[in-house]
Design a protein around this ligand. Sequence first.
Ligand code: EPU
Length: 352
Amino acid sequence: MPLQFTVQSLLSRNTLGLPAQAAVAVLDNEADIPGLCDVVRGASHTGQGRVDSAVQAMPPLFVLGGGSNVVVWPSPRRRVLRVALRGVRLLDETADHYLVEAAAGESWHDFVTYCLAQGWHGLENLALIPGTVGAAPVQNIGAYGLEMDQRLHSVVAWDLRAGRAYTLLPQDCGFAYRDSRFKRDGAGRWLIVRVRFALPKAWAARLDYPDLRSHPALQGASPTPADVYAAICDIRRRKLPDPAVLGNAGSFFKNPLVSADQAAALRQRFPGMREYPQPGGQVKLAAGWLIEQAGWKGRRLGPVGMHRRQSLVLVNHGGAQAGDVQALARAVSQAVWDRFGVCLDQEPVALD
Ligand code: EPU
């Protein structure tokens, strides 16, 4: 039987806690994907060899994981495919690596925790990031000195338009800071089903990030993977609001990249500016710092606001809709533009 779309509430399926009703199908079996491709490609016939025009006109599918990076509008036109594929397994073990595969619908944090318990180390710096395994390559999740592509072996994904599955190596995925080809190639094209990680047997703590280096749990001579995991969880819990308590989608903006010249000019005017020189010569600015300086830290606009401890996180104080989120995002970007002449890019994608 082909996948059935039924109208459902998405309120508890997006971490900003925005109300929405959408046509949703749940994918829990890879065997259903070829039939789904037919629908997406408009190749589903009405029985007399006629292509059903309603199907042809269907807007691209929206692939939903944990809903932690999405602004959901009240009545999206797009149909939603909720990925609920499960399973984690050790695929192979070489002299240097464990090759571990996780299905797209697994919780990212539970996967990191499971790997640690099995002795497969290397993902600790990415503990407690909300969302699913399948969403991780889409925006190349990164935190505390590690980006996911540094541990990635390959991604198994269906090109829904071509109607076939591919195994993509990291160099095929076009990874950059918070970006990948899965984002750039257009809405509803890729459906990630499994992600494989090569986890090094020779583990070394990654403690480049200042908050991490100074954490009390990591002052000993040789911190273990469990120490790093505990420190990361502690730092995140202190700094970032728990979406189960206060709706949010993590960082709402990317840290902007500017030219070395622009950074130098800004540094003259704002000596305390937080900046990180990048390998190609550009400079990454801390969006949280820009937003705080522009007066938005802890400030509200209607039912939404920027968080009081980390101003890069937009929070729902209760009862917000997508329009409230958009109004605040515009006001904050405008304030940063007016003060610094720097453009902020929104991270969460719109489901509309
Ligand atoms: N800062 C301020 N005011 C604020 C927030 C931050 O001045 O309100 C300053 C901090 O003092 C620090 C700098 O900005 O000097 C950077 O702040 P932080 O270490 O909190 O990291 P971030 O750059 O704001 C990024 C990621 C986070 C990730 C952390 C740690 C992006 C868009 N965000 O935030 O990712 O956890 O680094 O690696 O790159 C997420 O994606 O949801 C997320 C939380």
